[in-house]
Write a protein that binds this ligand. Structure first.
Ligand SMILES: *Cc1c(COP(=O)(O)O)cnc(C)c1O
Length: 398
């Protein structure tokens, strides 16, 4: 029975959304159904890495849609072979399993590590993860995450994810037992507020895991695909992890994710892993177009140059309004506001036609398109500057 009274009511109400409908996107901009334009510095959480509806992705999708949608995951298809080849050529990994979401890729990484433990480590299954980490919304990835709001939900959780402290090697060491098979982390914790692991910590973690015969899993769903100025964040630390997951930007706006592993770690046997839409040619064709573009050294250099500009602009604003640090790397940055005004800044920016994200009550996160222009950055910082000036003036009066 259809008892919906408003078109919004037919969708499950899983989050508070503003009462507008988005109908079009182009580059750094979105338009709603009233024709209002928004400058987008969220990009669906760093998903549309080349901006909204980039021609190369639209064309790759259109061409592939006419050619072959999917033959079945039981057969090989060209786009998935080409994308897997390019991903392994461009990284330190040997094999790829494609997934449809970041959580599914991480679920696969967890399964792969447990399989490795079953085969090589006497049934060891524990994966050490980190306080403040976020790995997705399936039952296992929620358990691997450490998000306060998840704690009371959907009990019982999946067990086997002891939590260490980021950038504290001793806290990892203390959790290692004969049940441990892997350590898994985001090189920059995104959802909890943009908290980077130091390059030294990543190197130490690589040494420690090697010494204990443990797998090192990097969740690069937010940090991968050029977001930090290298194709993959682990390159900054000059390490070679055993397993990596990608998502978000890899599809340039379409649902695609990937689980990558070294030959030694890629131990799935027939029947262990699969999925109806996994590695379908349509999404892989989009991923191929994105990767060919993003992996160009000149493009990655431009990401670094742009990020230095954004960082200096945010620092200028911070100094001007007496705010806190700018943290993160590349085009994944946060501005510490020091006081819990992030939600009101985001709401005001929305009114003013700028989409910002507040991962915590006292911080803003910036994840614009990798090809964002300086003019677009200036438009955003002018808006933010004005909002902060108004809030500052109001606080003085109050
Ligand atoms: C977004 C995200 C995920 C989950 O990806 P989904 O596609 O939403 O399932 C996992 N890990 C990290 C680091 C993320 O940023």
């Amino acid at each position: 029975m259809n008892i919906a009274t408003h078109p919004f009511d037919a969708l499950m109400n899983i989050t508070a959304r503003p009462p507008v409908v988005f109908v079009r996107g182009e580059g750094a901009f979105l338009w709603d159904d009233h024709g209002k334009r928004y400058l987008d510095f969220m990009l669906g959480w760093a998903v549309n890495c080349l901006g909204h509806s980039p021609a190369i992705v639209a064309e790759a999708l259109a061409a592939q849609a006419k050619q072959l949608l999917t033959p079945s995951p039981a057969f090989y298809n060209e786009p998935s072979l080409k994308l897997a080849k390019l991903l392994t050529d461009q990284s330190s990994f040997d094999q790829v399993f494609f997934a449809n979401s970041g959580a599914e890729a991480n679920e696969g990484a967890i399964k792969l590590a447990r399989k490795y433990g079953a085969l090589h480590k006497g049934g060891a299954y524990e994966i050490i993860t980190f306080e403040g980490g976020f790995h997705g919304r399936t039952l296992a990835t929620m358990s691997a995450s450490s998000k306060k709001a998840f704690e009371p939900l959907f009990e019982p959780k999946v067990s086997g994810f002891p939590k260490a402290q980021l950038n504290d090697l001793a806290s990892v060491q203390r959790l290692i037992t004969d049940k441990t098979v892997a350590v898994m982390l985001e090189p920059i914790q995104g959802e909890s507020g943009v908290w980077p692991a130091t390059d030294q910590f990543l190197r130490d973690l690589r040494e420690l895991t090697k010494a204990h015969g443990l797998l090192l899993i990097v969740d690069e769903i937010q940090t991968g695909m050029g977001r930090t100025g290298k194709l993959f964040h682990y390159e900054h630390a000059d390490i070679e992890p055993d397993i990596m997951t990608l998502g978000k930007g890899i599809g340039g706006g379409v649902p695609l994710a990937a689980l990558l592993a070294t030959r030694a770690a890629a131990c799935f046997e027939h029947g262990d892993q699969g999925g109806t839409f996994n590695g379908n040619p349509l999404m892989c064709a989009a991923g191929l177009a994105v990767l060919r573009h993003v992996a160009e050294p000149a493009f990655l250099k431009s990401v670094t140059d742009t990020s230095l500009y954004l960082e200096s602009e945010l620092q200028r604003i911070s100094a001007r309004h007496g705010l806190g640090e700018v943290r993160g790397r590349g085009l994944l940055l946060a501005l510490d506001l020091k006081i819990p005004i992030a939600a009101s800044v985001v709401a005001q920016a929305f009114e003013d036609g700028v989409l910002l994200n507040a991962p915590r009550p006292d911080a803003l996160r910036f994840m614009p398109a990798l090809n964002v222009t300086r003019a677009e950055i200036a438009l955003m910082t002018d808006c933010l500057d004005a909002i902060l000036a108004r809030i500052g003036a109001a606080r003085l009066v109050a």
